[in-house]
Design a protein around this ligand. Structure first.
Ligand code: KG4
Ligand code: ZN
Length: 341
């Protein structure tokens, strides 16, 4: 089985070819950091235009690199949401056009499902069910992954996502964009015990995450301590919250085969190390995809497509792009959800 995957939901344009037996034949990615850096964040209109320009050449390059033609591909998987709607539409329409032209099935992939199944691309031994900490720029959730298309959300953020907190902290400290890696670099030179910062919802009986109060606290102390100390203290506060909330979810998750961390923030060394320690303390295997598979990419979309295709799941060509698309539609809305702090 050979799947072409397309990703364009935020600020990375990507195309990849992945086989059903987990071989990544090609993965091409073009980031847009330089285009958005002057604005200190992703500008949706700039992103959509950049996806239009980048996607087709990336598809061509991925096909050339793997030495296959569109006719040899079994299906085309494209991110259909959630994300910045202009970019999602570019990728989905491109996927539909390629599927129609080549007479191949379309698989409309939920970007979060891409992250959720990505650890099964890098780890052939990872079986369902597993507890997933999904930490990215737009999301912070704990999901019980029971099977392909079967996700139970155990927790989500009531305000900001963890990656968003990293990005805002970087901005407040003048560390530049994108923020996560910049904060991690600064933190390496700082003292994590130097600046007292809150751990929102740590120890709370309610299941969710919250990062808005931490961000506000960083805003109050910015300029009063060396940025490295604030970065290190902030990173430690995020890690403490992630570990506490994940430990709490483990008490409700039932039997799981592994503790898994994925999404852009899973590229953070301190986060990975802390989740590994938590898994070990619970006698669980820890799985974290390689860094390139944690941040947005098309290999995870192609892989989710492969898993869905194997399960007989394809989508009609009139499938609509979706800005919002929960993985677990049955999960209750949380207080503050959708209200940006
Ligand atoms: O999964 P992703 O690439 O895109 C979304 O779907 O959101 O995640 C991007 C997020 C950004 O907020 C970025 O700052 C964060 O992941 N990130 C990191 C690191 N690398 C990326 N956060 C902390 N440490 C990192 N090394
Ligand atoms: Zn993502």
């Amino acid at each position: 089985m050979l799947i072409l995957g397309l990703e364009s939901s935020c600020d990375e344009t990507a195309a990849a070819l992945v086989t059903g037996d987990r071989r990544v034949l090609a993965h091409r990615l073009l980031g847009q950091e330089a285009a958005h850096a002057p604005f200190g964040g992703v500008v949706p209109e700039i992103a959509a235009r950049a996806h239009v320009e980048a996607l087709e050449p990336l598809v061509r390059a991925a096909l050339d690199e793997s030495g296959v033609t569109l006719a040899q591909v079994d299906a085309i998987a494209a991110t259909a949401g959630p994300g910045l709607i202009g970019g999602v539409m570019v990728g989905l329409v491109t996927g539909k056009a390629l599927a129609h032209a080549a007479g191949k099935p379309l698989i409309a992939v939920n970007h979060l499902e891409g992250h959720a199944l990505s650890p099964r691309l890098s780890d052939p031994d990872l079986t369902f069910p597993y507890l997933l900490l999904l930490v990215s720029g737009g999301h912070c959730q704990l999901l019980l992954v029971e099977g392909v298309g079967r996700y139970r959300r155990l927790a989500t953020t009531i305000d900001d996502a963890a990656g968003e907190a990293f990005d805002k902290t970087a901005k407040l400290l003048g560390l530049g964009f994108p923020g996560g890696p910049a904060v991690e670099r600064a933190a390496a030179a700082g003292n994590a015990g130097a600046v007292p910062l809150p751990r929102p919802l740590k120890g709370s009986a309610e299941p969710h995450f919250s990062f808005a109060g931490l961000k506000a606290a960083v805003a109050r102390v910015a300029g009063q301590h060396p940025p490295e100390d604030i970065a290190a203290s902030f990173q430690q506060a995020v890690v403490d919250c992630l570990v506490d909330r994940t430990a709490q979810a483990l008490t409700r998750a039932g039997e799981v085969t592994a503790l898994v961390v994925a999404g852009g923030v899973a590229a953070n060394r301190a986060v990975r190390t802390a989740i590994e320690a938590l898994a070990a303390a619970h006698g669980l295997r820890c799985v974290a995809p390689p860094l390139w598979l944690c941040t947005d990419n098309a290999a995870m979309i192609a892989w989710a497509g492969a898993e869905r295709f194997a399960a007989g799941l394809t989508d009609p060509l009139d499938m609509a792009a979706r800005a919002r698309w929960p993985l677990d539609p049955a999960a209750e809305a949380v207080r503050g959800a959708g209200v940006k702090a």
